[in-house]
Design a protein around this ligand. Structure first.
Ligand SMILES: [Zn+2]
Ligand SMILES: [Zn+2]
Length: 131
């Protein structure tokens, strides 16, 4: 049973490209497993992160979000609606070259976030301007 739950949680996270919170994953999983608890979903998500099948996106003061895309990629966070989008461009190789040893620290990884207005909000703003 535990592994069925886990499989469905993983599938759900992969289908959701919105970088959902544990609660948002739970709302979706519940449609297929009505008896599942938020705690179980949360535990499984954290386990998937530990095993490298998902990534955790954390922002101070915000709920943890989860990402099934574990390939190196960058995010655009919309200042207007707060949605997180994957940005379709390749790794910035200059950063990789700079990364190894900074101030005598061994830097192993990094996250880059871009902020702006997403395409959905841009469309909405345009409509407002034309109205
Ligand atoms: Zn937006
Ligand atoms: Zn992502």
């Amino acid at each position: 049973m535990a592994s069925i739950q886990r499989t469905i949680i993983m599938q759900t996270l992969q289908e959701m490209r919105t970088h959902p919170t544990a609660d948002e994953v739970y709302q979706q999983v519940k449609k297929r497993l009505p008896n599942i608890s938020l705690g179980t979903v949360y535990r499984n998500l954290n386990q998937l992160v530990r095993e490298g099948f998902a990534k955790r996106l954390g922002h101070a003061g915000e709920q943890t979000r989860f990402d099934a895309n574990t390939d190196k990629h960058y995010h655009l966070i919309c200042d207007t609606c707060g949605r997180i989008y994957d940005l379709a461009f390749n790794q910035i190789s200059e950063i990789n070259a700079l990364m190894q040893n900074i101030d005598e620290h061994d830097v192993a990884d990094y996250d880059l976030e871009f902020y702006g207005t997403c395409k959905v909000c841009k469309q909405l703003e345009k409509k407002h301007e034309n109205a």
